[in-house]
Write a protein that binds this ligand. Structure first.
Ligand code: ADP
Length: 655
């Protein structure tokens, strides 16, 4: 058994002494300079301050002091050395596929902010992106010769310097495949493995839902019987289980109370959701405390676990839990966990005058409400979202659902890291869902899969390109434009395949109506439902993948499509803008251009990108093929984000 019962589950090697700089040991809301120090923006997650000042980049010598010790248990003693790089945030500056290491730039100015100071408008507001880099005109002429003329050296992927081994605990409401609702689940699954294979000790704490996919949990057993979690004036008895999920070490917390918090047949959708996850967050940190675990890093996800840093700095630090530092990742700002004062009574935080304060948990829009996600932003040592562009949009372009001023106040510890995808699952070279597997050298295998897709969906076998859409049928995904794209593609001599579903019966009915209308078309198939197997075949068999979202924090669809040499047609927002670079208009080197991008959410915008894609397919097939190769060469594995998160962890450890 790889793990001991939690009572004994302490790191085997001496940990870093608990004493830290005083400032860091204070709750963020009290300690002006605690987790919001200016240096926070030195972490490689693209900081939001676009005006770096002249502080020096970390030295190579400093990095060299940190040997790899893959087998070592969590922390070593000794003075940590920040190993960070920084880069200015620009909407066109996402992760460069297979590109060289980003140059270390200079960090933001060190700031000492009290929460009150911090809420003032930034003296140097982030400038709007320039037209030249972010807003290509929708109808720029296509210069097809650009691609053909380009003979470029494709740089080697970066080699990363070593990090010290850390003890990292992820506290999350979801993890694929055992408890999955959205992309958050995939991120926890993918990132935790990446961190573990880099020699870190990684554990995950999840609720023990009745809907867990137990067929993916191995050696599940009880490890902590008597966990009593304070709740209102009493405490709820919990049992903690341990099991492996595809090699990942997972603890599952099961509360025993009349509320039956996690035995409800589904993960979300209940009137007391905010209280359910406030409880889970408290239970998770209480478990760490009672089990004697002292992780270097606690990594929380979304509003559901955003109270963990609040609990740490308001309750557990006073009890002696001074070691952990907290990273919070926000996967979608649309959901924030807003609730009234009952939260304070339930959690034992009490002190309404303290927590309703605008600089702590007081909701920015509703004066009588508390906002869990806001609390996470205020109290966490570092806050990430899932792409640099979305970080910019949420802070500066009104996409923060009310949290814009809070993000501004804490911008020095806020940045974006693009998600990775799991190349063990999404890889046409080994994908067992495909009749024919292929890679860069055997890319023609894709056309066999295209035939198989047509056969499966009873589409005509002809020379036409297949344009696909896979996704939730949610307004966020740009459903009007999806609908328009279907007819536009058919008119322009293409085929269209859609795979999607919605929990909203009205939306489903709408697409069923569309399906009936197009039923006789030999060039169109709409599949209303969720079908993972078919999704793999579509990623492989389609020529283009449409993602016309209204907003998209990161987006996995375009990343998967790239891996399968399926050219993404996307709107230039969020993670889409950070990962898809327009063949004709991007400022990127030609070998990094991998799709078609449009700016404005309207039919003309969509047609400008999709039309160019279709035209290229028909008129310049050799260029289209180059684009496919560029797409396949891009590295959107967890390799780079794993490095980015380790840089963040390294940085906040020293705060
Ligand atoms: P979001 O998290 O907003 O739903 P993402 O693009 O981040 O969007 O992730 C969506 C993931 O779900 C992708 O892996 C996509 O292939 C998959 N997916 C979405 N809808 C379906 C469906 N109907 N059938 C199969 N897979 C789907």
């Amino acid at each position: 058994m790889a793990t001991k019962p939690p009572e004994n589950d302490k790191p085997a090697t001496p940990r870093r002494p608990a004493q830290k700089p005083d400032a860091a040991a204070q709750p963020p809301s009290d300690a002006a300079d605690a987790p919001t120090k200016g240096e926070a923006s030195r972490a490689r997650a693209v900081p939001m301050d676009p005006k770096p000042t002249g502080l020096p980049a970390p030295s190579a010598a400093a990095n060299a002091q940190r040997p790899v010790d893959a087998d070592a248990e969590p922390r070593t003693a000794g003075e940590p050395t920040p190993r960070v790089a920084v880069e200015p945030s620009s909407p066109d500056e996402g992760r460069a596929p297979s590109g060289p290491a980003r140059p270390a730039s200079t960090p933001a100015p060190a700031q000492s902010q009290t929460p009150i100071e911090a809420e003032r408008p930034s003296p140097e507001p982030t400038p709007e992106p320039t037209e030249a880099t972010t807003t290509p005109p929708e109808f720029w002429p296509v210069d097809e010769h650009q691609v053909a003329e380009a003979v470029e050296e494709i740089p080697e992927p970066p080699a990363y310097p070593p990090h010290a081994s850390l003890f990292i605990v992820h506290i999350a409401p979801e993890m694929a495949p055992v408890a999955k609702v959205g992309g958050l689940a995939d991120v926890v699954f993918g990132l935790t493995r990446e961190l573990a294979i880099r020699g870190n000790h990684v554990e995950i704490i999840l609720p023990k839902y009745d809907t867990l996919r137990y067929d993916h949990i191995f050696e599940l057993h009880e490890v902590f019987h008597d966990l009593w979690v304070p709740w209102y004036e009493a405490a709820i008895h919990c049992t903690v289980y341990f099991g492996f999920v595809h090699g990942r070490k997972c603890f599952f917390i099961e509360p025993h109370s009349q509320d039956d918090f996690f035995n409800r047949g589904s993960i979300y959708g209940f009137p007391d959701d905010v209280l359910r996850y406030a409880f889970f967050s408290r239970a998770a940190i209480e478990f760490l405390w009672r089990a004697g675990k002292h992780p270097d890093i606690i990594h929380c996800h979304d509003w559901q676990t955003a109270l963990v840093p609040v609990y740490l700095y308001e309750i557990y630090q006073r009890l002696g839990m001074t070691h952990p530092r907290i990273c919070l990742t926000i996967h979608n700002f649309a959901h924030q966990g807003v609730i009234g004062g009952e939260l304070l009574r339930a959690t034992g935080l009490h002190q309404p005058e303290r927590f309703f304060d605008h600089h702590r948990l007081g909701d920015n829009r509703h004066p009588n409400a508390l906002n869990l996600l806001k609390g996470g932003v205020v109290y966490a040592n570092f806050v990430t979202t899932v792409s640099p562009r979305y970080a910019f949009e949420t802070k500066d372009q009104g996409q923060g659902f009310g949290l814009e001023p809070t993000l501004h106040a804490h911008q020095v510890k806020y940045g974006g890291v693009v998600n990775g995808i799991d190349y063990d699952v999404w890889n046409p070279e080994i994908d067992h869902h495909l009749p024919v597997r292929y890679n860069l050298d055997s890319i023609d295998g894709k056309y066999d899969d295209k035939r198989a897709l047509r056969h499966r969906l009873m589409l005509a076998d002809n020379e036409k390109p297949i344009v696909a859409f896979i996704g939730r049928l949610d307004p966020q995904k740009g459903l009007e434009l999806v609908r328009h794209a279907i007819f536009y593609t058919l008119e322009r001599g293409g085929q269209f395949v859609l795979l999607g579903s919605s929990p909203d019966p009205a939306i489903n009915a709408d697409f069923w109506g569309l399906k009936r209308m197009l039923n006789d078309s030999p060039d169109c198939h709409l599949e209303i439902g969720f079908d993972d197997d078919l999704a793999h075949l579509i990623y492989a068999g389609a020529d283009m993948m449409l993602v016309p979202s209204r907003f998209e924090p990161c987006g996995l669809t375009q990343l998967i499509a790239l891996r399968y040499a399926t050219i993404p047609i996307v709107r230039a927002i969020g993670g889409l803008a950070d990962t898809v670079f327009d063949k004709d208009h991007s400022t990127r080197p030609l070998h990094e251009r991998n799709g078609y991008v449009f700016e404005h959410y309207d039919q003309a915008g969509l047609e400008s990108a999709l039309g160019r894609g279709l035209a290229c397919y028909y008129q310049y097939p050799e260029h289209f093929r180059e684009l496919m190769k560029n797409a396949m060469r891009a590295d959107y594995s967890w390799n780079r984000p794993g490095e980015d998160y380790l840089n963040i962890y390294d940085y906040i450890r020293d705060k």
